[in-house]
Design a protein around this ligand. Structure first.
Ligand code: FES
Ligand code: FES
Length: 889
């Protein structure tokens, strides 16, 4: 132990610490300065824990307190408060650099250390200073702009008041600061790990080290007697079904008979401290009988393969799609491309670990309420899953501020374990899993294998598309069937293809289970289609842009599902990208004249992404408050997209109120009705649409009663709260034989232009610039729109070139190959606003859009640069070199 002092945020403090105690723990645990975050497992990989020590940005997880005696420490809380923010905090919020906000305090501290020395940094200076800070949401562009803007403030050239949008500009189409932006920038928004419940114990789980095994025996006796251990819980202690049913009741909270993938949870240890719980985990002895392992669909479908799920065959779902006679059309086509593609299993990679807090409320009452505070994007659905699995009705789910999710949180994860333990041990439980555990606890993006044939006539008009795709569903079902269906719903992408022959197959394996991941099936099949489109255009000697324009679907034509579309503003987007395409082609051609081994290429990709789904329904309520303001009740999760802005700005516009008179009640099941997941890019279109309906009802009632206030409404005998709904009437499943049937009510469209450099000697690919032309309908908040597009482009490039989740190998951000600010590239957004006929104020959704065409656009650019066609993602240097060698053969 050592007694020492530090100056923390301007005040001298004394501490007595062990030699190895790190600054992150001192700040978070002893001083409750929880603005400083932890994402990686204290390996210096994430930068979320960055603070300033003696003027330098340091990672507090790597800084031993004993080594900085007398130091001056500044955390994000030492800069400013929401009422009196620091200029850098202002710059981050104004620039739209705060989405989920989990990386933000660390980014701000790294930026401060830079700006304190250099008030006019270049982009390269900023990239260097922030190179250790990861962000998954923003694509880094707006973070760089925020640091530049802070420099402008520091230099006295402008003030925040001169830059911040004037509220008088009106709510719609203006980038007003997000309602939650400043509390995140100041580090006071509470994420799960920041919430302390008095008397809480810490949880750690025992995860299977084997991908497939029977559980023969569990011995908890040693662990139960370890210091600090409160108890060990296994499946037998769970009173309900112990099955978390998304579509099929197959995934246990704790495995009872067998484990199906590496990381499957088998037991939990509850202890006074997390270290004690982890020590207890090591002492739990489990006897396994190993079973045959099937890590890919080929093995799982092999003759004689054993079943992974006892109740279902390994081939668990099959859906064809047939439209016309594609075989004959392919035979009669002037040109056909026939090839195969594959995409990898991938992690959605939100920065925040998979935290959950759970406790029993009103323990003296008849039936205590089990409170679950987690990262859900569908609190009512998850509430129902937990009720069945735990056998306990009286549950309230609360959404904490959440550090991103990107589809991953369509499933209950850590909540099952934490809530079961809180119920069983009757102690408040904090479950703050490590990054490695968080990877085990969560579903992944499905890997696809696709065999493709695409045909066109002599003029280059598409004639037929045939695709067989096999999807690795992993160990449990989740929403795997929806992934197949969504892939088929968007199979023909942006094009009119007269004949279709497709077969989607879903296969259980012993990998991590698959679920939603930004785009959910569309990025995988669009990669195949858009690559094949480019290959066919090249084969026919037609410019890829002209080929796409000629084949774009037009209003009145059907998609692969047979549904005729009413609006399809894709040709206009192709025209909008044309001058950028011409400029990029010219520059690339000039660059390549130099004869370097580094070649420049230009690629295109298009995407037309369906919002919500057939039959989708949402609800939202609005209430006229006593002071004339309005409260919006809607369980619309906001893990960083900006749904809080959207609801606030639309409501303010329609009610003709200032935005601070709009209150949101969105994060708890006991104040809201179910309104579906924050997934499928649906919240603006569906929940925004439901809120517009509710406001219409409220205004109608106010008009009928001639009432301007809640009091007058009540005096007229009318309620002050109104429920609105939004429903996609085109409902029902696809035909099981033909895959024809209902579709989306609205689509968002984009054309993406990518410029790359390929080093043909090493296979390294560098994205230089990406330009996206997008039509999202009416724009509510331009910076939030750009933020979604930029984040999707960055994630799409990660998917295209780097990232991969390998069971048993991917364990942290380094092995995952998380894209850093050093990989970031120039981005430009061109927006067209075609009002959507049934969208709220003409808007539609956009969150997943740029994830869909990015990977094929990058692959098309690589081929354009050097002739290498990469057919298996990610396009690592080895694969690029292989493709280059193949192209030369
Ligand atoms: S927690 Fe310190 S770098 Fe990740
Ligand atoms: S805003 Fe950076 S990780 Fe979410």
């Amino acid at each position: 132990m050592k007694k020492m002092s530090l100056n923390v945020n301007g005040a001298w403090r004394q501490f007595i610490v062990e030699p190895d105690y790190v600054l992150l723990d001192l700040l978070r645990n002893d001083l409750r300065l929880t603005g400083t975050k932890q994402s990686c497992d204290r390996k210096g990989q994430c930068g979320a824990c960055t603070v300033i020590v003696n003027g330098k940005a340091v990672r507090s997880c790597l800084t031993k307190v004993a080594s900085i005696e007398g130091a001056n420490v500044i955390t994000v809380e030492g800069l400013g408060t929401p009422q009196n923010p620091h200029l850098i905090q202002e710059a981050f919020v104004i620039s739209g650099a705060v989405q989920c906000g989990f990386c933000t305090p660390g980014m701000i501290m790294a930026a401060k250390a830079l700006l304190d020395k250099n008030v006019n940094p270049t982009v390269e200076d900023i990239k260097k200073a922030l190179r250790r800070n990861l962000c998954r949401c923003t694509g880094y562009k707006k973070i760089i702009e925020a640091v530049q803007l802070a420099g402008v403030f520091f230099r006295g050239e402008l003030t925040p008041d001169q830059v911040r949008p004037d509220p008088k500009q009106g709510p719609i189409g203006v980038s007003h600061p997000r309602p939650s932006g400043m509390i995140k920038a100041c580090g006071v928004a509470e994420f799960g790990a920041d919430i302390h419940v008095a008397g809480s114990a810490e949880l750690a789980a025992v995860h299977s080290p084997y991908p497939h095994a029977l559980i023969k025996a569990i011995d908890t006796s040693v662990a139960e007697n370890m210091p600090g251990v409160i108890g060990v819980m296994t499946a037998k202690d769970i009173k309900g079904t112990n099955r978390l049913k998304h579509t099929v009741p197959d995934r246990p909270i704790l495995c009872d008979q067998k484990v199906r993938f590496i990381g499957d949870p088998v037991a939990v240890v509850l202890a006074e401290t997390r270290d004690q719980a982890l020590a207890g985990v090591q002492a739990v002895k489990i006897e396994y009988e190993l079973l045959p392992v099937m890590m890919n669909p080929e093995d799982a479908l092999a003759e004689g393969a054993s079943r992974i799920d006892p109740d279902h065959p390994n081939l668990c779902f099959v859906q064809p799609q047939i439209r016309g006679d594609a075989e004959t059309a392919l035979k009669e086509s002037a040109a056909v491309v026939e090839t195969d593609f594959s995409t990898q299993t991938n992690h959605q990679a939100p920065l925040e670990p998979e935290t959950c807090i759970s406790y029993l409320e009103k323990e003296d009452g008849d039936l205590p309420t089990l409170v679950v505070i987690g990262r859900s994007i569908n609190i009512h659905f998850h509430l129902g899953m937990l009720q069945d699995a735990l056998g306990y009705e009286n549950i309230r789910y609360e959404e904490a501020y959440s550090g991103g999710q990107f589809g991953m949180k369509v499933d209950v994860t850590s909540e099952g374990l934490a809530a079961a333990a809180a119920l069983h041990f009757k102690r408040p439980v904090r479950y703050i899993p490590s990054l490695r555990e968080s990877m085990w606890l969560t579903p992944k993006r499905h890997a696809f294998k696709m065999k493709v044939r695409l045909g066109a006539d002599a003029r280059g008009k598409l004639t037929a598309y045939a695709i067989d795709f096999t999807v690795n569903n992993g160990a449990y079902t989740s929403n795997g069937k929806a992934i197949i269906n969504r892939a088929l719903l968007m199979l023909s992408g942006s094009y009119y293809i007269p004949t279709i022959k497709a077969l989607g197959q879903l296969v259980y394996t012993n990998t991590a289970w698959g679920a939603a991941a930004r785009g959910a099936g569309a990025p995988q099949v669009n990669y195949a289609l858009e690559s094949a489109v480019d290959m066919l255009a090249v084969k026919q000697g037609i410019d890829p842009l002209e080929f796409r324009l000629m084949n774009s679907l037009r209003p009145g034509q059907p998609k692969s599902t047979g549904r005729v579309v009413e609006q399809w503003p894709l040709p206009e987007l192709i025209e909008a990208i044309r001058p950028h395409y011409n400029r990029a082609r010219k520059e690339a051609a000039e660059f390549n004249l130099k004869g370097h081994p580094v070649k420049r290429g230009v690629g295109l990709g298009t995407g037309s992404f369906g919002i919500g789904g057939p039959g989708d329904t949402a609800t939202a309520s609005v209430e006229l408050d006593p002071d004339g303001g309005v409260t919006v009740f809607a369980a619309a999760a906001d893990p960083g997209e900006g749904n809080d802005s959207m609801l606030t700005q639309i409501a303010a516009h329609l009610m003709n109120l200032p935005m601070d008179k709009i209150r949101l009640a969105t994060r708890t099941t006991d104040r809201t009705t179910a309104t579906g997941p924050a997934a499928a890019s649906r919240i603006t279109y569906m929940v925004g649409g439901a809120m517009v309906d509710a406001i219409h009802k409220l205004k109608t009632a106010m008009g009928e009663a001639n009432a301007a206030t809640a009091e007058e409404l009540r005096a007229a005998g009318k309620p002050t709260r109104y429920l609105g709904t939004k429903k996609n009437e085109d409902a029902g499943p696809l035909d099981p034989k033909t895959g024809q049937g209902p579709s989306f009510e609205s689509q968002v469209h984009a054309v993406q232009l990518v410029e790359v450099e390929v080093d043909t000697s090493t296979g390294e690919v560098r994205v230089i610039k990406m330009t996206t032309a997008v039509d999202p309908g009416r724009v509510i908040h331009p910076k939030n729109l750009e933020g979604q597009l930029e984040g999707g482009m960055d994630m799409g490039v990660g998917f295209a070139l780097r990232e991969k989740y390998v069971d048993g190998q991917t364990k942290d951000w380094t092995s995952f190959k998380f894209p850093t600010i050093s990989h970031s590239f120039e981005m430009e957004t061109i927006v067209r606003e075609t009002p959507r006929v049934k969208g709220p104020l003409g808007a539609t959704g956009v969150g997943e859009m740029t994830m869909v065409p990015t990977a094929p656009a990058v692959m098309n650019a690589i081929e354009n640069a050097c002739g290498a066609r990469v057919r298996h993602l990610p396009a690592t240097p080895d694969r690029v070199l292989e493709a280059l060698a193949e192209a030369k053969r």
